[in-house]
Write a protein that binds this ligand. Structure first.
Ligand SMILES: [Fe+2]
Ligand SMILES: [Fe+2]
Length: 306
């Protein structure tokens, strides 16, 4: 009988996948608008008037920003009618990261992704929920996160799309293996690819020169203790814990067999070092309270997809 299980036999070395990502042959380049927003954000004296003309060149994007500013997310009483007002409400840096995250996710999740079986829609939901929870926890714990936690959450699992685009067949195999053997997607990918979505996502983020906080959150959200620059330790740990909370709430994509509890994770220790109050926090209650936010999360997912 023919041997059909090629899981282990066709494994490439990690360099193979890194080169696949770096060469961008199967992956898109960053859209010009995202590049430009990134460039402007890097400049010190970033001004609203510099940002407006860039966004205005992309009317659907401008509209989306207005909708976000008017969403329950920012809970404003008065309607935001202009881009200038929207930027003031959202904040320059957060806005630039939001635009970047939406653009990147939308680009990689575009219709040609195919394979409905994988339910990519759930990845939107999972990513938006993770961002939202990160934002809530960040506020609750008064952490010093150098970037908008929402955008870190939005992009943390982008590597799943990268792996899929490089080898859809193998990626599907990893998802099926995870389901069958009740593995985390991280472990299943390791078995099938020899690298994980964290690696693949980090390589793409490096290649695209995304902000460091984003590169770290993508690359190390499963192992925040490996972050080499202490500046990004807390934000990455925050994403690990938010990701686990999502899995607890069953807002997951592919797999998310909960095999660990947040309190036992390295990320928890890192956050606790940052804020001792974490010890007294009623975490279970926090997880329960998130139910009240599900509608807001869902609305943001719809907005992001527009
Ligand atoms: Fe992940
Ligand atoms: Fe995740």
């Amino acid at each position: 009988m023919e041997h059909t299980d090629t899981t282990m036999s066709s494994i490439h070395p990690p360099e193979y996948y890194r080169n696949e990502v770096y060469s961008l042959t199967k992956l898109p380049t960053v859209p010009a608008i995202a590049m430009e927003i990134l460039r402007v954000t890097r400049e010190d004296n970033l001004s609203v008037s510099q940002m407006i003309p860039i966004i205005e060149r992309d009317p659907p994007l401008a509209l989306k920003i207005l909708k976000i500013a008017n969403s329950a997310y920012y809970g404003l009483r008065n309607r935001v009618e202009t881009l200038r007002h929207a930027i003031v409400v959202i904040g320059m840096e957060e806005l630039s990261h939001l635009v970047l995250s939406f653009t990147v996710l939308k680009l990689l999740l575009s219709r040609d992704i195919g394979d409905q079986w994988l339910e990519w829609n759930k990845l939107w939901e999972h990513s938006a929920a993770c961002g939202h929870i990160a934002q809530l926890l960040n506020k609750r714990l008064r952490l010093s996160v150098p970037s908008s936690p929402y955008s870190l959450g939005l992009l943390h699992d982008v590597g799943k799309l990268v792996l899929y685009r490089i080898d859809p067949e193998k990626y599907t195999k990893a998802v099926k293996l995870a389901e069958k053997d009740k593995l985390t997607s991280y472990d299943a990918e390791m078995e099938v690819f020899g690298v994980t979505h964290a690696d693949a996502g980090r390589w793409l983020a490096e290649k695209w020169e995304l902000p460091e906080a984003i590169i770290n959150a993508i690359g190390f959200h499963h192992k925040p203790e490996l972050v080499s620059n202490p500046k990004y330790e807390v934000s990455t740990a925050l994403i690990q814990i938010s990701d686990l909370v999502c899995n607890f709430k069953s807002i997951r994509f592919g797999t998310g067999f909960v095999q660990s509890i947040p309190r036992e994770e390295e990320g928890w220790k890192i956050l606790q070092k940052e804020n001792e109050k974490l010890r007294d926090m009623d975490f279970e209650r926090f997880v329960l309270e998130i139910d009240d936010d599900i509608e807001t999360i869902q609305k943001m997912v719809e907005l992001a997809q527009l």
